[in-house]
Ligand binder design. Structure first.
Ligand code: HPA
Ligand code: ZN
Length: 350
């Protein structure tokens, strides 16, 4: 195990920024900034019920997950052409590069677009082209994870999968997002079983607002490799034991949890406790345009609120690579780059 040297508090922000990291929980539609929403709404002649960027931003005062989702789906309604999807994703990659994200696994919600008559080809085409350019121009590797909207039926999920299969090479896995409570993972047991036979990676949002039972179900009924959010696992000691023993990753999003009132302050967030208990916890941005910050901002504010240091920084970054869907060889390269970065922060007294 690599021995992490302490880093002076004044240098911690620089370390959090510069350390290489993977982002594993980002909804690409949640990276759509108000400025781009306005630009696209004008270009595509799609009315949105806000007069200005400032008025739209002012509406981002959420009380829970549903209050956010209502605005998030309205924001995504301005995406029409393949170039719109490209512009949104490339803007994310530019921000991610500044935060030293070297690998990103992006969620996207095709049903939000196909229901409006936007062809699956535009969604897949724009996102995958942005990913290709991000690798070429910015050195960020990435993959796409198609999310089924859990407030819709399993039948709709099957239909979406069918529509997506001609673009199978563009996505590596499937996930489950949208309104959690009342839509348990087992509602999607059949479609996830089908996805497994297709060799797709499986993940699911569970235990964001929903109970630990939803996390058990995501693991045992759906067979997911990772849990998105999962912070409610703290209520179930048996579940914590299982998550730790099997190193099942949780992709935690502190600023999202704060803005959606899962925790009343970051100081009360349980991420440090989960890490201490041996879970493979990671830090991510979820919907950065809506929740007040990209991945670095999530690190910075969480570390400040919880008084964390270099040891935890290394653990979160290491976990992000461990939990990713990269190959073993790619992970090894990232682990090495992480050590090189931490070595460059060791103070030399000589
Ligand atoms: N939870 C559930 N669905 C979502 C989220 C989230 O945090 N962000 C975008 N869709
Ligand atoms: Zn999410």
């Amino acid at each position: 195990m690599y021995k992490v040297h302490p880093v002076a508090p004044t240098r911690l922000p620089e370390l959090l920024k510069k350390m290489p990291k993977a982002e594993l929980h980002i909804h690409i539609e949640g990276s759509l900034e108000p400025e781009l929403i306005f630009e696209l709404s004008k270009k595509n002649n799609i009315a949105i019920p806000y007069k200005s960027v400032d008025e739209l931003r002012a509406a981002y005062a959420f009380t829970n997950l549903q209050s956010f989702l209502d605005i998030y789906y309205a924001g995504a309604s301005v995406l029409i052409t393949e170039d719109d999807f490209y512009a949104m994703a490339y803007a994310y990659f530019l921000k991610a590069a500044k935060d030293h994200v070297v690998h990103a696994e992006l969620f996207f919600d095709p049903q939000t677009h196909t229901v409006r008559g936007v062809p699956m080809a535009y969604v897949m085409g724009g996102l995958s082209r942005a990913a290709k350019d991000a690798e070429k121009n910015l050195g960020i590797t990435s993959c796409l994870i198609l999310c089924f909207l859990r407030h819709l039926s399993e039948e709709d999920a099957f239909k979406t999968l069918e529509e997506a299969l001609p673009y199978r090479e563009h996505f590596i896995g499937v996930g489950l997002d949208s309104s959690e409570v009342g839509h348990p993972p087992e509602k999607f047991a059949k479609v996830f079983a089908k996805c497994k036979t297709l060799g797709l990676k499986l993940v699911a949002h569970a235990g964001e607002e929903g109970p630990p039972a939803y996390i058990w179900s995501a693991l045992d009924t759906l067979g997911v490799a990772r849990i998105d959010h999962g912070v409610q696992s703290i209520k179930d000691p048996e579940l914590l034991k299982r998550l730790a023993a099997e190193r099942i990753p949780l992709t935690v999003c502190p600023l999202s949890n704060l803005k959606l009132k899962v925790f009343s302050s970051l100081a009360e967030h349980n991420i440090a406790k989960l890490l201490e208990q041996g879970l493979c916890v990671t830090i991510n941005s979820d919907d950065p345009a809506y929740f007040g910050g990209y991945i670095y901002e999530n690190f910075l504010q969480t570390f400040s609120a919880l008084g964390l240091g270099a040891g935890e920084a290394y653990a979160f970054a290491h976990n992000s690579f461990e939990a990713s869907f990269m190959s073993v060889a790619e992970k090894e390269k990232c682990f090495h780059a992480l050590k090189v970065c931490f070595e460059s922060f060791v103070e030399n007294d000589a």
